[in-house]
Every structure is written in C-alpha cells, then in structure tokens.
Design a protein around this ligand. Structure first.
Ligand SMILES: *[C@@H]1O[C@H](CO)[C@@H](O)[C@H](O)[C@H]1NC(C)=O
Ligand SMILES: *[C@@H]1O[C@H](CO)[C@@H](O)[C@H](O)[C@H]1NC(C)=O
Ligand SMILES: *[C@@H]1O[C@H](CO)[C@@H](O)[C@H](O)[C@H]1NC(C)=O
Ligand SMILES: *[C@@H]1O[C@H](CO)[C@@H](O)[C@H](O)[C@H]1NC(C)=O
Ligand SMILES: *[C@@H]1O[C@H](CO)[C@@H](O)[C@H](O)[C@H]1NC(C)=O
Ligand SMILES: *[C@@H]1O[C@H](CO)[C@@H](O)[C@H](O)[C@H]1NC(C)=O
Ligand SMILES: *[C@@H]1O[C@H](CO)[C@@H](O)[C@H](O)[C@H]1NC(C)=O
Ligand SMILES: *[C@@H]1O[C@H](CO)[C@@H](O)[C@H](O)[C@H]1NC(C)=O
Ligand SMILES: *[C@@H]1O[C@H](CO)[C@@H](O)[C@H](O)[C@H]1NC(C)=O
Ligand SMILES: *[C@@H]1O[C@H](CO)[C@@H](O)[C@H](O)[C@H]1NC(C)=O
Length: 699
C-alpha cells in the first residue's frame, strides 16, 4: 500500500542511494506527521571500536552511564543547594544550620507507580503538593521536596506524568493537567479509545482510528513488529504529549507526538538547565517463548528506560543499551553489519505505552475480549487490533516488541540471552507496581525515596495495601542482594499494612538504620488515602476508567492536595500543623548521618579539618605563674645551658673511657714484650695500624 509509505522511508531510500563512506550520518526524525512514528532501519552504525552501543558491568562493580552521573552531579552542585535553601531556609526551624552541610545533601528520588489514569492523577496531585511553585504547598512546608529530588521514576500510569512533564517543558502541574493559553492539558474528558463516544463507526472515531493505524503501519512497514501496544502508545501520546489540542484532536494537522523521542530528552530545555530530576521509566520482560498471560515471577528481568539507555541492573543482565539505537539488534554487543542499526524506536509514546502495556494479562484471545476495560473501550481496542492484524504481520500481539540488543549476553543467567526480541510489558507485571528498582540500585546511592503511592490494591476499594513494597522487599532480599540496597523494615503482609493503618496516612519507613552507611534508604510513603477529615473519597477510582470529567479531575486534585498537606494526628480528624516541618526533617535527616558516619565507599579526608593544631599544649603547667613566665622568657638560655651540660658529661665520660683503655693496653704491651716465646714483629705491625698504639710507641 504505497499511500501508506511514510515520508521517513522515502528519505531513507534516497539517502541510501548516496551512501556515506566513513562518517556516520543519521537520518533526521521529523515531528510533523503521524507517520513519524516509524523508526529508521538500516542506518549507519557508529564505529564500534570507539563508540560501543552496549555497556556491560557487574552487580559487584556497577557503573552508571557517565552522562547520568554528570547530570545528577551538576544538578546537585548548581541547582540543589538553592532548592534546599528555598525549602528549608537556614534550617534553624529544624534545629539545623543548613550552611554547615556544605551542600552535602541527601540524594532524593521520587517513585510514581502505575494504575492508569487514577495513578497518573494521584501522582500528579502528589507532585503538586510537593512543588515549591504551588502557593498552598509552599505555605504548608511540603512544597519544595520536588525541587530537591535527583531522580524520578514512573511506571505505567506513573510514566505518563514523567513523560508529560518533560515533553511540555516542566510546567506547573496545574498547567500541565488543566491547561492554559499555551497548553491543552491532559483532556481526560475526551475518551482515550473512542474520542467521539461509543459508536466505533462514527466518522470521527473512524478518522481517529485511521490516524492511529497510519502511524502503526508506517512502523510495521520498516519490518519491525508491532502489536496492540503501538496503537495504545499513540492514544497515550494524544493526551500526554504536547501537539494535540481540542481543535486538532481529530485531524492529521500535527504529528500528535510522533517523532518525539525519549532519547531526545537531553536536548529539551528542562534537561539542559538541570531543572528536573533525572527521569526513568520501568518495564518488565516476559521471557520470550513463555507466552505467559499471568503475572510474572520475581526472576523476570526488570528494565529501566532512561533518556540515555534501555538498561537492567538485575545481576542476571547488568547491561545498558544506547537508547538512540535501541531498536538495533545486537549479538554479543555487535550489529549484524555496519548498516544494520535502527534509530527512532524510542518514541516517547511507545516508551510510555511499553511501561503501561499489560495486554498480555487482559487480552483474552479465545473469547476476543479485554478483561477489566469497559465494554466500549475493550471493543475499541479489539477493533483497532483486528484492523492492524489484517494489514501487517506481528510476532506477539500482546506485548511491546523491542528488537533485542542483549542477545548472547550471560547465557544461563539472562532469561532472553538466546532471543533476538524482547517482550516488554507493564512494569507492574511482577507485582512491583511501585518503580523502586532503579532507585535502590547501589551505585545511585539514593538516601530518601518518596513514594507517590497511587496503587489500587484493596479489592473493590482501590486503596493501596503495601503489596508492592512487600514484593520489592522479597526481590531485593533474594535476587538483588548484590546490586540493590535493602528495603527498610515494613509490615509483613498487606493485612498488617491495613491493620496498622500505615497505608492510610503518610508513613516513614527506615527511620533507624542500624548500619553505617545505612543499609537502606528512608522511604517516605505517601499513599492515596481516605480523606483525613472524613470527606467522601473521590480519588480511589478504578485503574481502567479511561475518561474523567474535568469536574471529577478538579475534585480529585483538591482532595489529594488537602490530604497531603494535612499529615495526620492520632485519634483525630484534624490536620497536623507540624507535618511540613516533619517532612523537611525526614528529608534532611540523612545529611546528619552523611556528615558523621564512616562510609568506606565515600571516605572523607583530613583536609576537611583545616586549621587544626597537632602539638600538645599544657593548659596548666605545674608551678607558680612567675616561674612559668621565667621559663618561657629564658627559653633559649635554658636550652643553651642544657646542651652545655650534655656536652660536659659526654666529655667526662669519653675521657674516663680513654684513660681506662690506655691503662689496659699499656699493661698488655708490657706483658707481650716480657714474653720471650713470641715474635714481637708481627704483633707490633698489627698494633702499628692503631693510632693509639702509634702514640704509645712514639712515647
Ligand atoms: C569496575 O569497573 C570499572 C569500569 O568498568 C573498572 O575500571 C574497574 O577496574 C572495576 N573495578 C573492579 C574492582 O573490578
Ligand atoms: C496548588 O494546588 C492546588 C491543588 O491542585 C490547586 O488548587 C492550586 O490552584 C495550586 N496553586 C497553584 C499556585 O498552582
Ligand atoms: C512540543 O515539544 C517539543 C519538544 O519535545 C518542542 O520542540 C515543540 O516546539 C513543542 N510543540 C508545541 C506545539 O508546543
Ligand atoms: C504563553 O506563551 C507565550 C509565548 O511563549 C508567553 O509569552 C506567555 O506568557 C505564555 N502564557 C502563559 C500563561 O504561560
Ligand atoms: C489521517 O490520514 C489517514 C491516512 O489517510 C486516515 O486514514 C485518517 O483517517 C486521517 N485521520 C483524520 C483524523 O483525518
Ligand atoms: C508460544 O507461542 C508461539 C507462537 O504462537 C508458539 O510457537 C510457542 O510454541 C508457544 N510457546 C509455548 C511455551 O507455549
Ligand atoms: C549513543 O551513541 C551515539 C553515537 O555513538 C553517541 O553520540 C551518543 O552519545 C550515545 N548516547 C549515549 C546516551 O550513550
Ligand atoms: C546489513 O544488515 C541489514 C539488516 O539486517 C541488511 O538488511 C543488509 O542487507 C545487510 N547488509 C549487508 C551488506 O550485509
Ligand atoms: C492486596 O493487594 C494485592 C495486590 O494488589 C491483592 O491481590 C490483595 O487481594 C490485597 N489484599 C488485601 C488484604 O487487601
Ligand atoms: C586528601 O586530600 C588531599 C588534598 O586535597 C589529597 O592530596 C589526598 O590525596 C587526599 N587523600 C585521600 C586519601 O583521598
């Protein structure tokens, strides 16, 4: 179908007619048409001898991507000192003197879990309550925590906020979600799957489906397998990326986010100015060939997608792939040949769709239904999928298909070593709905992890029950002992979380580490919870609710905001006036440990202790002051006298010894001379070398 040939492909074919001999020239990915969703295949690879695409390390000796280290360090040196000061002032209200820390602040990460649009909205409202730019949050003392964070992770619905913030240039949450004269907002009142309402065959819905399919088929034409995750990724892009407005929603006037790449984040102004935490998105891998349609085991590989890499710090893999080239198939780190590289697979929509792709668990091929989606949304998804499958081949319909760059690595340990595709699925598929894994990676040395916990766990009620934390703790205690920090102490069972009420109010886990450096970070757990003041809850909606009225979203944000600014007071429906201060204390607390505890991995230096005198000075020399004064005034005279005394004693001793020796020799010589049986000559010669003997003889 030639009319579907994307402009990108045409460019590629033209560029291949004039092959570039040595220097690598990458095709320019446009952001003008929905077909810019197509990656470019068969592009020149970089010179592998100098620029490998794959980075491998080991669990015992982890390395981070150098550009990540650069970003986090530069941000912590240039942006964070002001952010901490803006939040904590001079520290005196907490009993600290902030300047004493000399910019040695705790490293803070924020985790935003999955759960569709509920989790996305909970996470966003939570960020707003921690955002210094929000007046009421700032006044309550909670606003400012977002600004001091070094890392931010998103999973599924949580990844949508992460992407949305970056690709809209880090606006306030208010503008991002509700829009202003420049931004369209998330437009959650426009149904995700069927923007024109339930009639799949209305003209508008058909145009919309046509646009989605035009994108996905452009990708499929390159030979890279697509799946249901691709149209899903395109739907996500319409709401969370920046090119879609109410007016152009049902047009082909813009690319609707196609061509915006996750690996382009480093080029965005927010990143260039080190304004935001370093973003990471989590996805799981279904073992290729398993065809699993249930939850994954703990040993399934967990991936992170950063602006730099598709990577896994699981000991079984311990490798990262240059994200720009993430569609490239590598075997033991090498492409098939010098022009077998792929760029442009890391579409922002596809990254967010991959992290949120749980179709393998809800798509029922036998009955042609999608569990959990509303009947209308499910019908819409299946309709689009069926039209897709009619036109293109696909290897696995229900997962995100990523050509594998990790083939041949760690055979016997890495689950997909023999596969040349990765089957990436929703990051929550192994039971870890909170994207903790990247934040616990030892090399990142995160001190404080804020959890914007919007999981829906308790059946029918959709509040969190800690099951994700329990799962992460189990994974870290077994498979990730070498690579990740431990999890702080938490209740053992979801029933306990509920019984203790720690899932229904802000809770800090890990306040009292036993080791130095601490064996685990401090986890600040901010669960989506029933309103503290007894109001009717409006934020515990179902994961698969894919449409919200503006009014509902507004109400949801306000309620979450009030709850997070209130903290809790035992046995009361009142707000805690000290909550903001308490949160500040928790965030800064590990700085005290950092300053005072011995950490073999981060040794201090005695040069940090300037102007210290080492010589003992007797504060109270014995004797009366007058005498002390005499001694110090006559110091040199006294030293001279002491030396004179020593010389005198030495001279006397020497003289005595000489005299004694001379007497002995005299006696011996006389004895020899008087002995007639001896030949005196040799003995005399022997003694002649002796000066004192000479002098004796001269006498
Ligand atoms: C750790 O890895 C780095 C980078 O690969 C390497 O330079 C260093 O020698 C390794 N250290 C140890 C102890 O293996
Ligand atoms: C702060 O957040 C609340 C809750 O979403 C919102 O109502 C308010 O408008 C925000 N204020 C600012 C200045 O953004
Ligand atoms: C959308 O964001 C991109 C950066 O990802 C930027 O280049 C572009 O100008 C933005 N478009 C609109 C319509 O704001
Ligand atoms: C909208 O964008 C224009 C141009 O960048 C800017 O001058 C204006 O302040 C923006 N409006 C708002 C509400 O941010
Ligand atoms: C955009 O163009 C494609 C291909 O011609 C078409 O299938 C689709 O319906 C169009 N979408 C809209 C909203 O007009
Ligand atoms: C998984 O599905 C593929 C393709 O349908 C099939 O060839 C393979 O045998 C299946 N594997 C298992 C373990 O069922
Ligand atoms: C990816 O590879 C290209 C080409 O070698 C290089 O310019 C770029 O810096 C690499 N990106 C990362 C994040 O390593
Ligand atoms: C290089 O690899 C690509 C992708 O596998 C293939 O299409 C192309 O024909 C190969 N070129 C050569 C010269 O082998
Ligand atoms: C806790 O959450 C898990 C997973 O979300 C769920 O399967 C389980 O039924 C929940 N248990 C309780 C007691 O809420
Ligand atoms: C301590 O600091 C001094 C001066 O900055 C440096 O020369 C020395 O190598 C450092 N020692 C250690 C053990 O790092």
């Amino acid at each position: 179908m030639p009319s579907l040939l994307p402009t990108g492909l045409v460019c590629l074919i033209l560029s291949q007619l004039s092959p570039s001999a040595t220097s690598q020239r990458l095709p320019q990915i446009q952001q003008t048409s929905v077909t810019d969703y197509a990656p470019f295949t068969n592009v020149d690879c970089p010179d592998f001898s100098t620029q490998p695409l794959l980075r491998t390390f080991s669990a015992e000796n982890q390395t981070l991507h150098p550009q990540e280290v650069e970003y986090v360090n530069t941000r912590s040196q240039t942006v964070l000192p002001r952010a901490w000061a803006d939040w904590l002032g001079d520290g005196s209200s907490l009993g600290y003197t902030l300047s004493d820390f000399q910019n040695n602040f705790p490293k803070v990460g924020i985790a935003i879990p999955g759960g569709g649009l509920r989790a996305a909205q909970y996470g966003a409202a939570c960020l707003e309550a921690l955002d210094a730019r929000n007046d009421s949050a700032k006044a309550a003392g909670t606003g400012g925590l977002l600004q001091v964070a070094s890392y931010m992770t998103g999973l599924s619905g949580g990844s949508w906020i992460t992407g949305s913030l970056f690709f809209n240039n880090w606006p306030t949450i208010e503008k991002l979600v509700f829009g202003d004269e420049n931004l369209s907002g998330w437009m959650l009142d426009i149904p995700f799957v069927t923007p024109d309402g339930v009639n799949l065959f209305s003209d508008e819905n058909q145009w919309f489906f046509g646009s989605l399919l035009w994108s996905v088929m452009a990708k499929a034409e390159t030979g890279i397998d697509t799946s249901m995750v691709d149209p899903w990724s395109r739907m996500i892009s319409y709401h969370f990326l920046n090119q879609t407005t109410r007016d152009n929603f049902l047009t082909n006037d813009t690319a609707h986010g196609a061509g915006q790449l996750w690996s382009d984040i480093p080029k965005l102004p927010t990143y260039q100015s080190y304004q935001a935490p370093f973003p990471m998105v989590v996805a799981d891998a279904r073992p290729v060939g398993s065809n699993l349609t249930t939850a994954l085991g703990l040993d399934a590989t967990v991936y992170e997608i950063t602006p730099l890499e598709l990577a896994s710090y699981d000991p079984s893999l311990s490798a990262g792939m240059n994200l720009t080239f993430a569609g490239t198939r590598l075997t033991e780190g090498r492409p098939e040949n010098g022009t077998a590289c792929v760029i442009g697979l890391d579409q922002a929509g596809f990254v967010m769709g991959t992290s949120a792709g749980l179709f393998n668990q809800i798509l029922d091929f036998a009955h042609d239904t999608i569990r959990d989606f509303s009947a209308d949304d499910g019908a819409g998804m299946l309709y689009v999928l069926s039209r897709l499958l009619r036109s293109v081949r696909t290897r696995a319909d229900d997962v995100a298909n990523w050509p594998s760059p990790f083939t041949g690595l760690n055979a016997g340990r890495f689950q997909d070593s023999a596969a040349n595709w990765l089957e990436l699925i929703d990051g929550s598929s192994n039971g870890e709905n909170v994207p903790y894994a990247p934040l616990f990676v030892k090399a990142r040395a995160v001190d404080v992890i804020v959890t914007a916990e919007g999981s829906a766990d308790i059946p029918g009620l959709n509040w969190p029950n800690g099951s994700s934390l329990i799962t992460t703790r189990a994974r870290q205690a077994t498979l990730l002992r070498l690579s990740h920090q431990q999890f702080p102490p938490i209740p053992d069972k979801p029933e306990d979380f509920i019984e203790l009420g720690v899932n229904a109010r802000p809770t800090f886990f890990g306040c009292d580490p036993r080791e130095s450096p601490p064996e685990y970070p401090l986890v600040i757990y901010l669960p989506n919870a029933p309103p503290f003041n007894g109001e009717n809850p409006v934020a515990n909606t179902a994961t698969f609710q894919l449409t919200y009225t503006i009014k509902h979203t507004r109400k949801m944000f306000d309620q979450i905001h009030n709850n997070l600014l209130a903290g809790w007071v035992p046995n009361s429906n009142g707000a805690d006036p000290n909550w903001g201060t308490c949160l500040k204390c928790a965030a800064i607390d590990r700085a005290r440990l950092k300053q005072y505890c011995y950490d073999p991995a981060n040794p201090t230096n005695k040069s940090q202790l300037p102007n210290r005198k080492l010589e003992f000075v007797d504060p109270d020399p014995q004797g009366i002051d007058r005498l002390g004064g005499f001694f110090s005034r006559s110091k040199f005279a006294l030293i001279g006298a002491a030396i004179g005394l020593v010389v005198l004693i030495a001279a006397l001793t020497f003289g005595l010894l000489w005299w004694k020796k001379r007497k002995n020799q005299e006696a011996e010589y006389k004895k020899l001379l008087n002995d007639p049986g001896w030949d005196a000559e040799p003995l005399f010669m022997q003694h002649a070398t002796h000066r004192r003997m000479d002098s004796y003889e001269l006498k």
